[in-house]
Ligand binder design. Structure first.
Ligand SMILES: Nc1nc2c(c(=O)[nH]1)N[C@H]1C(S)=C(S)[C@@H](COP(=O)(O)OP(=O)(O)OC[C@H]3O[C@@H](n4cnc5c(=O)[nH]c(N)nc54)[C@H](O)[C@@H]3O)O[C@H]1N2
Ligand SMILES: Nc1nc2c(c(=O)[nH]1)N[C@H]1C(S)=C(S)[C@@H](COP(=O)(O)OP(=O)(O)OC[C@H]3O[C@@H](n4cnc5c(=O)[nH]c(N)nc54)[C@H](O)[C@@H]3O)O[C@H]1N2
Ligand SMILES: [Mo]
Length: 905
């Protein structure tokens, strides 16, 4: 067991970090006093029994910690006070990591099922077996299938085991040769398309609250409910409470901990796009103040568009711009271009009338007045106007800031300080991508993309590149991939080029591949940290589908639904037993001065396992060897690199490549990665816990790498239209062959439009007198995000949550709605949608929009094998459905807000 010795010398070294931090303007006082306090505490820091680690009680896992082991027992955990981001803080989830270790419902040894019948109500009748038997049985089945037809094997992963970005997702599946690797997070987590289309980033964007003065937060949970210990969230709180120089407006049907600290604007679910269009309308036609320089030079607003909706192209094939200076039409990259006209109308190109993209965007928004938006969103027109004016007034249009770049040069960057962001609350809807694009459009109107104070991508530094038209080239979900028939993937990936992940659809198809046009059946499933039954939607249908797969094995930490349905359990270490490397990529929330230019690489020095379990990545590597595919696996790592976070890849130098035929441990692979990235061995991390690096301030911003006119962001969404036209053509050609229930081609492809329009959806029809007269919604709480680390199951967290969060595990109703329905606090009710019903206890509150039924967190289990408590909470996902006609038309995310009715149980 490796130990951490925090000696006087390393405390002094920490003081050195504090000195450097002071130069950067970071206040580390709390850090020093925390260190001193910890050291004073029984002198424990100088003892050998403290280990460095990092948390991972949530899927980000970006808060470095330290834990103490006494006589082989983990007895204490604290944040690592030397961390410049979280500064030694841990949230309630982080505090409960010891219960993750001593969880009595863990799988403690390899197991095989002896009851051949599979079902949620069936007792698997587990019998303990040896590791050899468990690995050989699993590898034996997988080897035989691989030789015959690798497509018959499904690899299903999720955020229950994030390390090596969901445990070798495509590395393992790619080596095996199956197209069927399915991430279970996707259905209810559709966040990526618009950020990729407009900014070329993955997984998403974050406001730069280092400088931002105004954040318009749409259907999102800043800081997982402001209880995250992450540096960004703490920095934001610092700005709100101490510096008092930022305004955050949360447009949400529910007032969570974040909205309660900022301004809450209650919205009727489904009315968000209308609200955003109302704000855009007011900015364009009433406020009339915008960042015209940005629109001219950093967007495709001046690109001339023909009557077919596509860019008009010159003889050289390039998009054309009208130059107001010499009244000539020029190619977008013409060096003489001086004053691009974003208001150009009726410009003739090749005998066809064209208009600037921005003219079409404005026309599209002309009718969407604040009064119109108020009727749909339930937000008064006066509030919509106020938001529009505040957004522009706080944007600092025209201002700039001087910074130092990586070459030591002074550069002047534009600074914009109003940002709008949306997350699951607006994106998981039929028009989710539209709402998301509309948030980007607001940012473009005031020029706040990729600049200090504006909206930034998760990856900092130079990552944008222009496509052949000079517009941001998408790298992920917004890239168009030509559809093909017959489909090869069980998630029908061929039909949905802009999907996130489609686990629910995948398992529906898996149960009946031939019907969907696939020419093979599914014979085996291996799951690591994903739960298609509990985390996605239509849980009973998912369970039936998983049960139908002839062989399934699960790398299991505890007896969750996926383990319950398996034939073989390959038991996994708990968090403190897992050796792990992770890099700070921020917790999705905001950047602040504490985090904007800081890189932190963190390491968990594991404690010896309590039971007969293994490191999950080592289980997969063992399987590779026994299946006979270690060469392919190693080659994949050499090709793609070592993943040190979610988006941090370390490319290996050919001299450090993994050798064919050799089986490495995950620690050896990480060692190669850390050396490649930081030029340090993994052993150094055992000693220090973290590696901290500072980037030059300007290098965090794309705008410091691209001059004006280079890499324009799309404000006219030509690519979306192109996708729709291609898809429509494909579906028309194959309409007699394609089997896709609940799919209406015309309705689907209407959404693929270059200028956003508003359309009614199921939520719009919810009103008094209808069968479904209320809308149910769901959110994450500080203690219940998703189910990673078993947070829904640990007694400490259950108790903290029930004591301090009145919404946790309850069904929330507005006072007025409860009175109308004759329902009282504590009553048990049924909530019923077209898809299913859930019962639970009512909590009455003013902090929810009337006509809304609110559920907190990803709670509820369908098996008792995690204890009765975890199973007792209402499971929201029974109410949702994965019908394509109801999903986001572009990213195919399930609609997370659902028409429902309620009645007393
Ligand atoms: N109702 C509701 N549902 C949601 C969400 C929500 O907010 N509310 N959020 C959605 C979002 S955004 C996402 S990303 C997805 C995530 O969904 P998934 O990717 O499926 O991830 P998790 O729910 O975190 O965990 C999956 C399973 O892993 C188990 N597990 C916990 N710890 C470990 C471990 O150490 N090892 C292994 N092997 N397994 C472990 C969990 O108990 C759980 O059964 O959920 C989505 N589903
Ligand atoms: N520290 C930490 N950070 C994380 C994670 C973590 O595990 N730990 N998980 C990450 C993951 S996987 C994800 S996907 C993100 C999710 O980040 P968010 O999307 O910010 O998280 P949610 O709580 O699901 O946000 C939903 C919000 O939308 C609101 N909402 C629900 N329905 C509606 C609706 O119909 N309309 C509107 N306007 N609002 C609605 C809810 O009240 C809630 O405030 O968080 C990420 N960030
Ligand atoms: Mo997510």
């Amino acid at each position: 067991m490796k130990t951490v010795q925090v000696s006087r010398r390393s405390v002094l070294k920490a003081a050195g970090i504090a000195g450097a931090a002071a130069v950067m303007g970071i206040n580390l006082d709390s850090t020093n006093s925390a260190l001193a306090a910890a050291e004073a505490k029984k002198g424990i820091l100088s003892k050998d029994d403290w280990h460095y680690g990092h948390c991972r009680m949530c899927m980000r896992g970006t808060c470095p910690n330290m834990y103490r082991v006494e006589n082989g027992v983990a007895v204490e955990v604290m944040g690592n006070p030397k961390t410049p981001t979280s500064k030694g803080a841990l949230c309630a989830k982080g505090q409960s990591i010891i219960q993750n270790l001593y969880n009595p419902y863990r799988v403690k040894a390899p197991m095989k099922r002896t009851n051949p019948k599979k079902g949620l109500q069936e007792d698997p009748q587990w019998v303990e077996i040896s590791w050899d038997e468990a690995l050989n049985t699993t590898a034996g089945v997988l080897k035989e299938i691989r030789e015959r037809d690798p497509r018959r094997f499904v690899y299903s992963v999720g955020f229950g085991d994030m390390d090596f970005f969901c445990t070798f997702l495509f590395y393992f599946a790619g080596a095996y040769g199956t197209p069927n690797y399915i991430k279970t997070n996707g259905t209810l987590c559709v966040l990526h398309y618009a950020s990729d289309l407009v900014q070329g980033v993955f997984p998403g964007v974050k406001p730069d609250a280092t400088y931002a003065k105004y954040i318009l937060a749409m259907g999102m949970n800043l800081g997982m409910g402001i209880a995250s210990s992450d540096g960004g969230v703490r920095g934001l709180l610092n700005r709100i409470y101490n510096e008092k120089d930022i305004k955050v407006v949360c447009v949400d049907p529910h007032c969570g901990p974040d909205a309660s600290k900022m301004e809450w604007v209650p919205v009727k679910p489904g009315g968000e796009l209308a609200f955003l269009m109302g704000v855009a309308n007011s900015i364009i036609f009433e406020v009339k103040k915008m960042d015209f320089e940005f629109l001219k030079w950093k967007t495709n607003a001046p690109y001339l568009v023909g009557s077919d909706g596509y860019y008009a192209r010159g003889a050289d094939g390039k998009p054309q711009i009208y130059d107001l200076k010499d009244k000539k039409i020029k190619s977008f990259d013409d060096k003489t271009l001086t004053d691009p006209d974003i208001d150009a109308k009726n410009v003739m190109i090749n005998g066809v009338k064209t208009n600037a993209g921005f003219v079409l965007v404005k026309e599209g928004l002309r009718k969407n007045t604040p009064e119109w938006a108020a009727k749909i969103s339930g937000i008064p027109a006066s509030k919509i106007r106020e938001v529009a004016k505040d957004f522009v007034d706080n944007a600092s249009i025209g201002e700039s800031i001087e910074m130092i770049n990586g070459k030591g040069e002074k550069v002047v960057l534009p600074k914009r300080t109003s940002v709008c962001e949306g997350k699951r609350g607006i994106k998981n809807m039929r028009d989710g991508v539209h709402s998301d694009l509309m948030t980007k459009l607001l940012n473009m109107l005031v020029g706040s993309l990729d600049v200090p104070g504006g909206m930034l991508g998760t990856q900092r530094g130079r990552f944008l590149s222009p496509d052949e038209d000079g517009v941001v080239a998408p790298k992920g979900e917004a890239r168009f991939k030509k559809p093909v028939y017959p489909p090869q993937h069980i998630n029908l990936a061929e039909y949905f080029p802009h999907r996130h992940t489609l686990p629910t659809l995948a398992f529906k198809v898996a149960a009946d591949t031939r019907k969907y046009g696939l020419n093979y059946d599914i014979e085996a499933l291996l799951t690591v940290g994903g739960n298609v039954i509990a985390s996605t939607t239509e849980p009973y249908e998912m369970a039936a589908s998983v049960a139908k797969i002839p062989f399934s094995a699960t790398v299991a930490y505890h007896y969750d639904e996926m383990a319950h349905m398996a034939d073989i359990l390959l038991p996994s270490h708990a968090l403190l037993e897992k050796e792990s490397v992770n890099s700070y990529e921020g917790a999705f929330d905001v950047y602040t001065k504490e985090t904007i230019s800081t890189r932190v690489m963190m390491y968990r020095d594991p404690m010896p396992p309590l039971y007969n379990t293994k490191q999950p990545q080592d289980i997969i590597i063992e399987l590779c060897e026994r299946i006979g595919m270690i060469d392919d696996f190693n080659a994949n790592i050499n090709k793609t690199g070592v993943i040190l976070g979610e988006v941090t890849f370390a490319k290996l130098d050919p001299k450090d490549y993994l050798e064919p035929g050799k089986r490495y441990t995950i620690a050896e692979i990480w060692d190669k990665g850390v050396r490649a990235y930081f030029n340090k061995p993994l052993d150094d991390m055992k000693r220090d816990g973290i590696i901290v690096q500072q980037m030059a301030p300007a290098d965090a911003y794309n705008s410091s790498f691209f001059k004006k006119g280079e890499t324009r962001h799309p404000i006219y969404f030509e690519r979306l239209k192109r996708s729709g036209d291609e898809l429509r053509k494909f579906f028309t050609e194959y309409k007699d062959k394609i089997y896709l229930p609940d799919f209406d081609m015309e309705d689907q492809f209407r959404y693929y439009e270059p200028v956003i329009t508003w359309r009614p959806k199921d939520l719009t029809n919810v009103k008094k007198g209808e069968k479904y007269d209320l809308i149910s919604i769901n959110w994450k709480t500080p203690t219940s995000g998703i189910r990673s680390a078993a947070v829904d199951q640990l007694p400490y967290l259950n108790e903290v949550s029930e004591t301090f969060d009145p919404t946790y595990g309850k069904i929330c109703l507005n006072t007025k709605t409860a009175a109308e329905k004759g329902i009282k606090e504590g009553d048990t009710i049924w909530v019923e949608s077209a898809n299913g019903k859930v019962s639970g206890q009512v909590h009455i509150t003013e902090l929810i929009f009337p006509d809304v039924v609110g559920f907190a967190g990803a709670l509820g289990r369908l098996v008792d094998s995690l204890g009765k408590k975890a199973a007792s909470y209402p499971m929201y996902n029974k109410l949702t459905n994965a019908k394509v006609s109801n999903c986001c038309a572009v990213a195919i995310g399930v609609s997370n807000s659902v028409p429902v009715r309620i009645y007393k149980a």
